[in-house]
Design a binder for this molecule. Structure first.
Ligand code: NAI
Length: 246
C-alpha cells in the first residue's frame, strides 16, 4: 500500500498504460480521478473498480480550462491532489515532406505537448495552494530522445515533455514538488494494437529481449515513482523501454 491516502489524477486513464496505472494505484491504496476524452470508457472503468476508489472525469487535455476543471474534480471528489500522471496522448505520423501542418503537426503538439504543459500548470498551482508538495509524472517516449520513421511531430512533442519535466522540477522544488518523465518503448496497448502482426513482431524485436512490454509493467514503475520511495528521483527521465535505447 505504497500510495495509501494519496489522490492521483491520471490523464488517458481509460485505456492502455493509463488504465493499468489506475488499477495499480488503487491496489496501492490511492484514490484516482480517471481523466479522459473518452468519458464513457472512463466511467466503465470506474464501474468495475471498488466503489469510492475512483471517479471518471471528461477532459480534453489540449484545453487548459478543461485540465484545470479536471484537477478541481479530483479535489472535489477526494479533498486534495498528490499526484498527476500526464499520460494522455495520440500517436501516428506521415513522412515530413508529405505533412499538412494542420493535420499532422498541430493536433499532435496540442495533445502530446500542450496537454502535458497544462497538466503541470494546473497541478502545480494546486500543489502550491495546498502547501503539501506533490509529484508530476509525464509520459514521454523513446522517440522523445531519438529520431524515427514517421515521428517528426510526435518526437518534438515528446522531447518537450522531457524539457518540461526538468524545468518543472527546477521551478517547483520550492513547493516540495518532484517531476519525472518516463520513456516507454513498445507497449502492447490499443495505440500499438492497431498495427499488423508483422509490424508488431518488428516492434517486439526492437526491444532487447524480443518482447513487447505489458502496460502493467509500466504501471509498476509509475507507482514506484509516485511513492515516497522514489523521493530522490527528480527532474529526470526514467527509461522504461526494456533496453530499446541502449
Ligand atoms: P492508448 O490509446 O491505449 O491510451 C491513450 C488514452 O488517451 C486513451 O484513453 C485516449 O482516449 C486518451 N486521450 C487521447 N487524446 C486525449 C485528449 N486530447 N484528452 C484526454 N485524453 C485523451 O495509448 P497508450 O499506449 O496507453 O498511450 C499512453 C501514453 O503512452 C501516450 O502518451 C503515448 O504517446 C505514450 N507511449 C506509448 C507507447 C506504446 O508503445 N504504447 C510508447 C511510448 C509512449
Amino acid at each position: 500500500m505504497r500510495l495509501k491516502d494519496k489522490v492521483a489524477l491520471i490523464t488517458g486513464g481509460a485505456s492502455g498504460i493509463g488504465l493499468a496505472t489506475v488499477k495499480k494505484f488503487i491496489a496501492e491504496g490511492a484514490k484516482v480521478a480517471i481523466a479522459d476524452i473518452n468519458v464513457e470508457q472512463a466511467q466503465q472503468v470506474v464501474d468495475q473498480l471498488e466503489p469510492g476508489s475512483a471517479v471518471a472525469v471528461g477532459v480534453d487535455v489540449s484545453k487548459l480550462a478543461e485540465v484545470e476543471a479536471a484537477v478541481q474534480s479530483a479535489v472535489d471528489a477526494f479533498g486534495k491532489l498528490d499526484v498527476i500522471f500526464n499520460n494522455a496522448g495520440i500517436a501516428g505520423g506521415k513522412p515530413l515532406l508529405d505533412q499538412d501542418p494542420a493535420v499532422d503537426y498541430e493536433p499532435m503538439i496540442r495533445v502530446d505537448q500542450d496537454g502535458v504543459y497544462y497538466g503541470i500548470l494546473a497541478a502545480g498551482r494546486q500543489f502550491k495552494k495546498q502547501g503539501t508538495g506533490g509529484v508530476i509524472i509525464s509520459t514521454s517516449s523513446i522517440y522523445g530522445e531519438q529520431a524515427a520513421e514517421l515521428s517528426f511531430s510526435y518526437s518534438a512533442a515528446k522531447a518537450a515533455v522531457i524539457s518540461f519535466t526538468r524545468s518543472a522540477a527546477y521551478e517547483l522544488a520550492e513547493y516540495g514538488v518532484r517531476a519525472v518523465a518516463i520513456t516507454p518503448g513498445r507497449v502492447a496497448t490499443p495505440i500499438i494494437n492497431q498495427f499488423s502482426d508483422e509490424l508488431k513482431a518488428t516492434f517486439a524485436s526492437e526491444q532487447l529481449r524480443n518482447k513487447m512490454t505489458a502496460p502493467e509493467e509500466i504501471a509498476n514503475v509509475v507507482a514506484f515513482l509516485a511513492s515516497d520511495e522514489a523521493n530522490v528521483i527528480n527532474g529526470t527521465v526514467v527509461h522504461v523501454d526494456d533496453g530499446y535505447s541502449v
